[in-house]
Design a binder for this molecule. Sequence first.
Ligand code: SF4
Ligand code: SF4
Length: 188
Amino acid sequence: MSIKDYFVSLFKGIHSLIKGMEVTGKELVTPKVTEQYPENRATLKIPERFRATLTLIYDENGNHKCIACRTCERNCPNGTIHIDTRMVDLPGGKKKQKLDKYIYDLGSCTFCDLCVTTCPTHALEFSNDFEQAVFRREALVKQLNYLPEKDEPVAPAAPAAPAKPAAAAGQAAQPVSPKNEENNEKQE
Ligand code: SF4
Ligand code: SF4
């Protein structure tokens, strides 16, 4: 190695060292971002949009908007959602499928948000409650509708109809209602 090459190499090394020290020096005066968790739990700021766990949105009256359509269950790529439903009677004799249990397995969720974005009634959202560590895998399976499901509104009482004359002597007259009429027809 010539004297010239020696000094070129020496100055390159010193230049590189100064560059490195420049980065280190900047970090020395930059405010620290290390979080002292869990000591700072009370003041910890988690971004609003952080996806920690799926939740069913309840309003202040304890109602949610899930209509048990199963769209989220079908769209979930991991089979993370399981919905149990039951049929309920509606006023007017119709039936309706109603949510019974909304089961969510946090352990298999990849937080893709598909369930939230495809829900037609905007019944779901992700909470940013990140403290979800548990000791058993099964504890990650949660029922999201944690409040008792409310009953469907009952039909208003039908106005009292005039009593029919007794068909035979000794037979007591029964109040007539559309339901009784239907039952009578069935019996016939
Ligand atoms: S949460 Fe939404 S998409 Fe899922 S079953 Fe309920 S209404 Fe349908
Ligand atoms: S975020 Fe994605 S993986 Fe998680 S439950 Fe919703 S659809 Fe399934």
